[in-house]
Design a protein around this ligand. Structure first.
Ligand code: PMP
Length: 381
């Protein structure tokens, strides 16, 4: 009999039953008054929970669309942009910035570490910028930036629009829009919301909306805030067909988040991550992200000597856990384990035990239970 497969890549994350049921509902007309009311409640909740007096956009598309929307609605060609990168997704912004003809400077960290806020402070003291972009958690490295501290520095030193990529962080790592001086925060449905892929979610604070007005007509059509704004103010309006079932799924996810409490959810992710990372280290793995830079949403786990990536991940898959491979220079050297969204102790402990079984099957001398013991010690100390 085949093992049930847990999808433990850093997105899509496991979709729990109530969310699956919302996906499976009979699809309604998007002008159906009940659906319109549901969409309204989603938008109001997102605004309240992540604390902004600005706007929220929920648009069919993936996180990459949100990246593009974030910059093209707030920055004009030729404007100066500072990109703070600690991995593949930060670097992707460089490519986007080049295509959009921004005048861009990059502060790039070695993979496994981040950019010190002192360096950001120095850069912003010496040069004027129209935009500052940072990836909260870069999924390629598992490194987390100090977004609150960077927000404070950006607002102290400049009038720049502060953009935070929360794709691998939002709804798991601490983030609040206006209180953290964030002008644009964005994510996608398939990460810590635990909803299937297909929705781009953006929060745009008052400064971002003012900047959108200043820009006038932009070349983007589908990604233009001004095209979507009438729908976000009244979802019975039409621009592009809303992803009806995904919006219901997001509504259910938000209900679960409200039940748990956003702050408690942040704490759960922190405690889980620290215990999982300690358990993996006890088994003989190393974590790519240095202490102090580690995300709570995923772990990028370096193999011990003698373990081969393809064999390990294929065996782990047979043991019932699907993880992702490394990106860039770390392809073949590590696996990426997502631990964000709606995952409980049943899932986490099954995953840890499946990893132990896999190490054993790959010929690695592992003491069975060593990971579990560490996990329990760390989590219930
Ligand atoms: N930013 C980050 C930090 C990501 O992890 C990802 C996806 N892994 C993206 C952007 C792009 O999102 P998507 O794959 O949904 O387009």
């Amino acid at each position: 009999m085949e093992n049930e497969k847990y999808v433990m890549i850093p997105g899509p994350t496991p979709v729990v039953e109530p969310i699956q049921r919302s996906m499976g509902r009979k699809t309604a007309a998007f002008k159906d008054p009940d659906f319109v009311a549901d969409f309204e409640s989603v938008l109001a909740d997102l605004k309240n929970l992540w604390k902004t007096d600005g706007e929220v956009f929920v648009v069919p598309g993936s996180g990459t669309l949100a990246m593009e929307m974030a910059v093209s609605n707030t920055l004009a060609p030729g404007e100066k942009v500072l990109i703070i990168s600690h991995g593949y997704f930060g670097d992707r912004f460089v490519e986007i910035a080049q295509r959009k003809d921004y005048n861009c400077t990059v502060l790039s960290a070695e993979w496994g570490t981040g950019i010190d806020t002192a360096k950001v402070q120095e850069e912003l003291s010496e040069n004027d910028y129209d935009g500052v972009i940072v990836t909260h958690v870069d999924t390629s490295t598992g490194v987390k930036a100090s977004i609150k501290e960077i927000g404070r520095i950006v607002k102290e030193k400049s009038d720049a629009i502060y953009i935070v990529d929360g794709v691998c962080a939002t709804a798991a790592e601490k983030e609040y829009v206006d209180p953290m001086n964030i002008d644009i925060l964005f994510t996608a449905s398939q990460k810590a919301f635990g909803v299937p892929p297909g929705l781009a979610i953006l929060w745009a604070g008052p400064n971002a909306m003012d900047k959108r007005e200043e820009l006038g007509e932009i070349t983007e059509y589908y990604g233009d805030f001004n095209k979507w704004l009438p729908i976000m103010h009244d979802p019975s309006n039409y621009f592009g067909t809303p992803a009806v079932n995904l919006i219901w799924a997001l509504q259910t996810s938000i209900e679960l988040i409200k039940k748990e409490g956003l702050e408690s959810r942040f704490v759960r992710h922190k405690e889980d991550a620290q215990a999982i990372q300690a358990a993996l280290e006890a088994m003989g793995f190393d974590i790519l992200a240095e202490e102090g830079w580690r995300a709570h949403t995923l772990s990028n786990v370096l193999y011990p000597k003698g373990i081969e990536d393809e064999e390990f991940r294929n065996t782990l898959r047979k043991e019932g856990v699907v993880v992702a491979g490394g990106l860039g220079d770390y392809a073949g050297k590590l696996f990426r384990l997502g631990h964000m969204g709606n995952i409980d102790d049943h899932i986490i402990t099954s995953v840890l035990q499946a990893i132990e079984r896999t190490l054993h099957r790959c010929g690695y001398d592992v003491d069975f239970g060593v990971g579990m013991k560490k996990y329990m010690e760390k989590k219930y100390k």
